[in-house]
Write a protein that binds this ligand. Structure first.
Ligand SMILES: [Zn+2]
Length: 467
């Protein structure tokens, strides 16, 4: 079975099987070189006669009329802001860092896509090239956005790409003593500025709403590899080509008047850990966005991180591939993902209708050992009967995405993101928790998966829509 058939893309406008067969036949029918082709004269005369009769009998050709442009039933606005630190802060992601950043090879961005349905309901999706969205930051920003812009918290989604080449954040409150530490103080000051920038990018996107059309597409991209390798001593953090993955690349396309592309929001489930250097960079997701935006004026590409806790890019790191540095691989994977987005963009689209509905809730997750329980955020956004977008907090393993896509499968397409609205470490499935290993060390009780999945179904039940 071909790749198209496996992934459900047969019968599309991109199915080249018929074209290939037809053109193969045409090539095979060419006469052998050097041999003259005989043309039957009688047959030619008959053909000319038929054409003449046909031409005489044909009705006057009708003027071709272009199909009417698709209705722009939505409104959309986009905005982006550079969030690259202007100074050399300590970087996030790797515990073994020995010094602060030394420079940048790419700008980091926060981007906002504001949408409004025909009933006037608004939604803002925010993506950022940063390590995570601390829950205190999410709460503060959601409160401010509601108070000053009138957008309820369930209609605001914050997602981080989890790049390990961005600054460390300090989202929790600080004391005067904390601020005596320069590393803490600079991280805190950066985070304060970031919060303000996030508010303004949301505000700017909402201020630019214009008539728009939404379509949903998908493709596949293969460089994410499971990183839980079974070994005689337990699960090692190492590439496992046989482990579960989610290679889907969902794409939400935003078109405005004249068919102009205004935004491409795309997802993938893979850690942004190609790089281990001391420069600010969006890693593969930063390059994928850069490549998708290239040569597209006023179009913003946005990356929504998926359930990537146990997924790493493969290959990654300097020297793994002789002659290639980690940056080469980040760019190569970025190109691969950008190409998948382009392919999704070419496949037949699914029109996305409203109305918008959204639900947000925090489910209590407990730890196996004595430790305060954590209010874990779950958000479900429903685009009419066409698309269900689930946003889970923190670093969820791919099992959540695979399970929820099966359990929510129905009329609407299903899109699962992680790293949203919260950043409290790894969130294993029950399988991973029992197996142990790196992603299981957070210490959650074995109710963790049941509680999260239960909350998703509860919220989905509130927003589900059918035609
Ligand atoms: Zn991580």
């Amino acid at each position: 079975m071909g790749a198209e058939a496996k992934s459900g893309y047969t019968g599309t406008g991109l199915d080249l099987t018929g074209w290939r067969a037809k053109n193969t036949r045409m090539i095979c029918k060419r006469p052998p070189a050097g041999k003259k082709q005989r043309v039957p004269v009688v047959a030619c005369l008959v053909l000319v006669g038929l054409l003449a009769v046909g031409a005489g009998a044909a009705p006057a050709p009708k003027a071709k009329t272009a199909p009417p442009p698709p209705p722009l039933t939505w409104k959309a606005g986009v905005a982006a802001v550079v969030v690259t630190p202007t100074n050399h802060l300590w970087m996030a992601g790797y515990a073994g860092r020995k010094k602060p950043a030394e420079g940048k090879v790419q700008e980091l961005f926060a981007k906002a896509l504001a949408l409004q349905d025909e009933q006037g309901q608004k939604l803002v999706l925010v993506t950022m090239d940063l390590i995570g969205v601390g829950q205190p930051l999410h709460h503060r920003l959601a409160e401010r956005v509601q108070k000053e812009l009138g957008l309820p918290p369930q209609f605001l989604l914050l997602n981080a790409s989890h790049t390990h080449s961005g600054p460390a954040l300090r989202t929790s409150p600080v004391t005067a003593k904390d601020l005596e530490n320069e590393r803490t103080r600079t991280a805190y000051e950066y985070t304060q500025q970031l919060e303000d920038k996030l508010f303004h990018v949301v505000s700017a996107a909402l201020a630019q709403l214009e008539p728009a059309r939404l379509t949903w597409h998908r493709a596949q991209c293969g460089f994410a590899m499971n990183r839980r390798l079974p070994s005689p001593t337990g699960y090692r953090n190492s590439p496992n080509p046989d482990g579960p993955v989610d290679h889907e690349v969902p794409v939400l396309r935003v078109e405005v008047a004249g068919g102009t592309l205004r935004a491409l929001l795309f997802g993938y489930a893979c850690h942004n850990t190609c790089l281990g250097f001391y420069n600010y960079c969006g890693d593969y997701a930063g390059y994928a966005q850069e490549y998708v935006q290239a040569n597209r004026t006023n179009c913003i590409a946005m990356f929504l991180q998926g359930c990537a806790a146990d997924q790493n890019p493969y290959p990654r790191g300097t020297g793994v591939v002789p002659g290639l540095a980690d940056l080469d691989l980040a760019q190569q994977h970025g190109r691969t993902l950008a190409n998948a987005v382009e392919m999704a963009n070419l496949t037949p689209q699914r029109e996305v209708h409203g109305p918008l509905r959204a639900a947000y809730g925090e489910v209590t997750l407990t730890y196996a050992k004595q430790r305060p329980a954590h209010p874990y955020p779950v958000q479900v956004i429903q685009f009419g009967p066409d698309l269900t977008l689930v946003a889970l907090g923190s670093e969820v393993v791919v099992d959540y995405s695979l399970r929820l896509k099966k359990e929510l499968a129905g009329e609407a397409a299903v899109w699962i993101s992680g790293y949203s609205n919260d950043y409290t470490g790894y969130v294993p499935s029950l399988r991973v928790l029992k197996e142990g290993g790196y992603e299981a060390q957070t210490g959650w009780a074995d109710t963790v998966e049941d509680r999260i999945i239960g909350k998703v179904h509860e919220l989905y039940g509130r927003v589900k829509q059918t035609k």
